[in-house]
Every structure is written in C-alpha cells, then in structure tokens.
Design a protein around this ligand. Structure first.
Ligand SMILES: NC(=O)c1ccc[n+]([C@@H]2O[C@H](COP(=O)([O-])OP(=O)(O)OC[C@H]3O[C@@H](n4cnc5c(N)ncnc54)[C@H](O)[C@@H]3O)[C@@H](O)[C@H]2O)c1
Length: 270
C-alpha cells in the first residue's frame, strides 16, 4: 500500500546489491511512496550485483562511489543534486563488510590491516558520507539520514567478530554528527538496529542459520524482514518523525528486550 509519504522528496540510497539487500527493498518502497533517488554502490559491486535492474524498475540513475573515498562521495553528492534537481531530503547508508570475517579470521586473531579496512568501509564511511553532505550543504531542512546497524554493538555475539566494534562506532557517529546536523541544518540522523536478515552481508556471518532461527524464537513478533525494515525506513524519511534524531532504534520484533522466550525454554526442558 502506498501513502505518498515521500512525494516530492529526493535522496541517495547506498548499498543495493541484489534483491535480498535491505537497500534494494528500501529503494522499492521509497519509489512506491513517491520519492526519487540516485542509487550508488562500490564500483566493484556494480559488476557483481544487479543494480541496473533496480534502477530501471525505480526510474533512477546509478552513480558508482566507493564510500571510503572522499572524492567519490563529493562527486556523488554534487551529481545527485544535479540529477534530482535540488537539495536532498533523505540518505540511506546500508553498507557493511569485514575482511576478517571474509577471510575466516577469529576475533582473537585479527589481522589489523583487515580490521582497519572493514572499519573504514562499515563505520567511518558513515562519517565520510555525512561530512560530504554537510560541507556541500546538500540536505534540505527536516531531511533524514539513516544507517543500518546490529545489536552486537551493545551485546556480544561471538561470530559477529569485528563488525560488533564497527557497529558501535557507527552508532556513535550517528549521535555525534546528529548533534551538528540537527543544530546547524535541522536534519535528523538515526541508526536502525535490524534483526538478522538473509542477505549477502548477513549470510557472511558464521553460523547464520542457527543465529537467525534463534532470533526468530526469541522475538515475540518474530524477526523483522528486509521488507519490514524498508517500511520503517520510509517512516523515518517521512515528515511524521521530524523530531526523532540521534537514536539507535531497535527494529527486531522485540528481541532486544526479551530475556528468554517460552520456545527457547522448551528447547531446554525435558
Ligand atoms: N543482514 C543482516 O543480518 C543485517 C542485520 C543488521 C544490520 N545489517 C546491516 O544492513 C546493512 C546492509 O546490509 P545487507 O544485509 O542488506 O547486505 P548486502 O550485502 O546486500 O549490502 C551490503 C552493501 O555494502 C556495499 N559495500 C561494501 N563495500 C562498499 C564500499 N566500499 N562502498 C560502498 N558500498 C559498499 C555492498 O556492495 C553491498 O551492496 C549493513 O550495514 C549491514 O551491516 C544487516
């Protein structure tokens, strides 16, 4: 169902790789709600993914940008405003990658140049994106910036590895930049802490299947899907949430406040 919540709003969506991506589902929902946007991803992901399909479907243009590269980001912001015909109202940062996870390095055996690269891609890139927007004065007043995160920033999930530290940093950047964006530009900045979701990045986590099933059983409403996340993001881009900023918002069917569920107790009862 469409409510025209984003009619006339313009933005940038980072991180749509394939139809499972949270950013892909969000782009589809934003389009349904009347928003227009530029899609972007790392140049290498353009070759592997199917972003062209999404661009066609949503009538949008693609501008490649490595989110760790300041020059790429400045160019992206300038081109997006030109293509869309004005300043921006929403930005989605949906980017994550750990080299240690990819290469199977344990948390107790990190290779620190892998750690630094993963941090740059997954965490510092959010600061770089916002600094590029801020310096170019690219956001309209009451605009909204959202990044995706996971609860491993607050609680330990051993297989989440160094991504836990990256997410803690990302959430802190949302608060810190949110202050300046709020004061100076009336723009809100939030992170959505999403349930485990079967995407390329999600499935990279060791033991993902057990992990997602456990979360499903621990969440009174069940896991939030990528489509659910897209709906929530639309609400945060809309004018209905103008005073929500500098928050880490759990979108997880209640997982984060559940100590134990009956289903999990049953698993351990004889
Ligand atoms: N899948 C989950 O279980 C889950 C749960 C909570 C939060 N998240 C977060 O959601 C976000 C989106 O991930 P997803 O699950 O949709 O997976 P995904 O693999 O579909 O998306 C990750 C995206 O990051 C992009 N990316 C990687 N390096 C980049 C770079 N240098 N520059 C620009 N883009 C780059 C990839 O190309 C890809 O499109 C991530 O921040 C992830 O940590 C995922």
């Amino acid at each position: 169902m469409s409510y025209n919540l984003l009619k006339g709003k313009r933005g940038i969506i980072f991180g749509a790789l394939d139809e499972n991506s949270i950013a892909w589902k969000t782009a589809e929902r934003v389009h349904e709600e009347g928003g227009t946007f530029v899609l972007t991803n790392a140049p290498i992901a353009m070759r592997m993914g199917k972003i062209n399909e999404l661009a066609e479907k949503t009538n949008s243009q693609i501008i490649p940008a490595d989110a760790t590269n300041e020059e790429d980001l400045q160019n992206l912001v300038a081109q997006a405003m030109e293509i869309l015909g004005g300043k921006l109202d929403f930005v989605l940062h949906s980017i994550g990658m750990s080299v240690n996870v990819r290469k199977g390095r344990a948390y107790t055996d990190e290779k620190y140049d892998f750690t630094a690269k993963g941090w740059d891609v997954s965490a510092l890139s959010f600061h770089k994106v916002m600094q590029s927007l801020f310096k170019a004065d690219a956001m309209n007043e009451w605009g909204s910036i959202v990044a995706l995160t996971y609860m491993a920033a607050q609680r330990t999930f051993p297989d989440y590895n160094d991504m836990a530290d990256n997410k803690a940093y990302l959430e802190s950047v949302a608060r810190s930049f949110g202050y300046f964006f709020g004061k100076e530009k009336k723009v809100r900045v939030n992170t959505i802490s999403q349930s485990p979701t079967p995407t390329t990045a999600g499935q990279g986590v060791k033991g993902f299947d057990g992990f997602i099933n456990y979360a499903e059983k621990m969440s009174p409403l069940g896991n939030a899907t990528a489509a659910d996340c897209a709906d929530y993001t639309v609400s945060l881009f809309s004018d209905l949430t103008r005073k929500v900023t500098m928050q880490n918002l759990f979108h997880d069917g209640g997982f984060s406040n559940t100590g134990v569920s009956q289903e999990v107790i049953d698993e351990f009862s004889e």
